[in-house]
Design a protein around this ligand. Sequence first.
Ligand code: ADP
Length: 417
Amino acid sequence: MIGSLAESISSIATTNKQLTDAAEAIGKGNFNVPFVPRNDDDVLANAIIRMKDNLKRFTREIEKSKEQFRQVADNAPVMIWMTDENKQCNFVNKGWLRFTGRTSEQELGYGWIEGMHPDDYSRSAEIFDDAFNSREQYSVEYRFRRADGSYRWLSETGAPRYSTEGKFEGYIGTCVDIHEMKVHEQRRDNFIKMASHELKTPITSIKGYVQLLLNMYKDHNENKGQFSSQAIQASLTTIDKQIIKLNRLMSELLDLSRIDSDRLELNMQNFQLNDLITESVEDVQQTTKHEIIIKNGTICKVFGDRDRIGQVMLNLLSNAIKYSPKTNSIEVNIYQPAKNCVAVSVSDHGIGIDQEHHQKIFERFYRVEGKSEQTYPGFGIGLFIASEIIHRHNGSLNVKSKRNEGATFTLTLPILS
Ligand code: ADP
């Protein structure tokens, strides 16, 4: 009797041990643990099996939704990151890694800070910290290092994230590359500053000389003072020059707005190109000490807007003068690079342009930034307008130049065969 009781107790102990081992294994996520209930009445074992099946299903669902999140995050066209509740980065998506060219291991924790532009770090960190501490959404713009080593402007938006129970779990955020927009904005701001300065200077000068003439006139009327015809001529010449300058600036601004609203109309006609080039050179020659030499390698007619092409020539010639203050010769060459087109090149021996700016100088508001360029007045829209005009004639405008070795701008136009 005692023997069979001992046997039963030992069997219960074994079963209990099996149950405990199985429950522990399941708790650790091992759903393959072998476990068979003794029979249908084995309530505890059957409950554990049901619990095992439920846990297995929930775990699969969680894995599936994690995988879905990763897929969405990795395929999103933005950079995505997350932090934990202690501000440490615990996730970056593939878009982020593609941008930085680094690994997750390098970026997680605080590794990403290495990519921040040193001048933007403290400002951005302050905005993030303030938002984080008050659990608010925020936006900030800063420069971040791309895989190629260049810094790009990013726009970041972050928001707090909470568990389903409402527990704060950290932040989630996205970053979008807004570099082009930002650069354009900066150029536009520089343009506005430059434009107001450039427009103000001739007006101030005109005002000064008109005041001087008025005073002379008053003095003559009231005190029978003498008119100095030399002084009058000098004042009027300066006023005239400033009005021409003002007029040119206003025309450029008007052209820009015409191009923007697609209202730059061309008055097309057949005309002798060589005559137009000679006229443009003669006009400019009167205003400069530079010697401008024309080489007529070909004589030809083109179909186009004579005034507009003349405007492009004036722009190229005045740039050649402006950007070559220490030399004094400019060559204009008219030639036929191919049967169906004619080219006009304007070459100077001035400050030249680095290769990296060759494309960009034809964009609106672009000016080469450097110590020497800052001393040259300008809007950075002349070449943009010139290239628009030439493109509308199905031609092309390009530059060949090296820093300190002068520049050659060449416009090419189709000709009638
Ligand atoms: P800007 O009013 O500034 O002269 P442009 O659109 O005519 O505007 O020219 C754009 C930029 O291209 C200039 O700011 C200058 O940096 C560069 N550039 C144009 N022509 C020359 C040239 N002949 N030599 C050197 N740089 C030039």
